[in-house]
Design a protein around this ligand. Structure first.
Ligand code: SAM
Length: 358
């Protein structure tokens, strides 16, 4: 928490929260904090409530139980969501030395529930400095997909919407869709206080059908860190193709199945690499076959330096960072972790991507 920012304390009458029964001001060091008495209720409403409070207050909200042991909004939401979602067990104290532990998932509802739990933490960046990584990803979008001021942009698996918020000043309109209502609640909470209210919208939706999006209405579809989680990749690409205008672009950032960590090191060391059992990472070749089958006749890709630091112990993260540096200098794409890819519907691009800074 940044220095000087006061934590707002919220007291709950039970593990979960809503509706608000009463509020009153309580004195705490350095100012007043609202004490809200909350009752058990719908967890997704509670997530929305916390997000809303945080966005209104402009500072973190810390729920407290009656016993005064402070717990995070995340824990609070997770406890309740666990009642609804099967598949995630409590992680042992040793788990941080074993990296990610795969959560069983069979369908899109399981995926949505998993990401609802991520949303309850505010979905912070896991893999490094948020601003630096965001700038790097945006540079890749700008370089490969060539953003235009007239673009209508569709963000598939938008999460908390941070890419669309960052792109909003450069485009005409942005639409974010995500299967996780918790993620959409985060994005909407942020939108309420944003200068881009008029040109951004966020909806719960599945990239496999894109029912709510008109055919040939999108100039640029982006999918960042989400394609690997999508179940029916053929259906996703077919629906993207359908909603893109002729000449429209599809831009994707996704891990590379040929990454040495996924292909060799993790299996040898016995590390899990999937967050969800249904995750499927593609190789560059597999991706390009699927794009071709969907009708995209032209695509380009460059390596994306993606180091899954949040998924591995610190020593492994250091090793992967060194491999990425070697990979960049020695042009070994399989040392760099990810793929940055752009495909065009119909019209051929007439330019070449510039050299990528990473
Ligand atoms: C790792 S998060 C990435 C979020 C965001 N793009 C970012 O970079 O921060 C993956 C997101 O994809 C969403 N997702 C997974 N499958 C989806 C689908 N079939 N349709 C729409 N969203 C999906 C998840 O709910 C989750 O919010």
């Amino acid at each position: 928490m940044p220095r000087g920012i006061q934590r707002q304390r919220i007291r709950t009458d039970s593990d979960f929260a809503k509706p608000i029964a009463s509020t009153r001001q309580i004195p705490i060091r350095g100012g007043n904090a609202a004490r809200l008495h909350l009752r058990p209720g719908n967890p997704s409403e509670a997530i929305e409530l916390f997000c809303h409070l945080e966005s209104v207050l402009g500072r973190p909200v810390v729920p407290m139980t009656k016993k005064r042991n402070s717990i995070s909004p995340a824990d609070l939401a997770v406890r309740s969501l666990r009642l609804q979602t099967r598949g995630t067990e409590r992680r042992g104290p040793w788990s941080r030395f074993r990296g990610v532990r795969t959560t069983p998932s069979r369908n899109t509802a399981d995926i949505g529930s998993f990401f609802d739990r991520c949303a309850s933490t505010g979905s912070p960046e896991q893999h490094g400095d948020p601003q630096r990584l965001l700038e790097y990803r945006l540079a890749l979008v700008r370089n490969l997909a060539r953003i235009r001021p007239s673009d209508v942009v569709l963000d598939l698996g938008c999460g908390n919407g941070h890419h669309l918020f960052a792109l909003a000043p450069e485009v005409a309109r942005g639409i974010g869709i995500d299967v996780s209502p918790g993620m959409i609640a985060l994005a909407r909470a942020r939108l309420r206080n944003s200068a881009w209210k008029a040109n951004l919208t966020f909806e719960v939706g599945n990239a496999e059908d894109l029912n709510g999006i008109a055919d040939q209405s999108i100039d640029l579809a982006i999918c960042i860190g989400a394609f690997e989680h999508m179940l029916d990749k053929r259906a996703v690409l077919a629906s993207i193709y359908g909603v893109l205008k002729v000449g429209g672009r599809f831009f994707c950032l996704t891990p590379d199945a040929d990454y040495v960590w996924y292909r060799m090191i993790a299996p040898v060391l016995g590390f899990d690499t999937k967050h969800l059992s249904s995750d499927r990472i593609l190789t560059r070749e597999e991706f390009s076959v699927l794009l071709d089958q969907a009708g995209f006749r032209r695509s380009r890709s460059v390596p994306w330096t993606f180091i899954p630091k949040g998924d591995v112990p610190a020593l492994v993260a250091l090793l992967l960072t060194m491999l990425a540096v070697i990979g960049r200098h020695a042009r070994l794409d399989s040392f760099r972790g990810g793929l940055s890819l752009c495909a065009w519907k119909g019209a051929k691009p007439t330019w070449r991507p510039k050299g990528m800074a990473s």
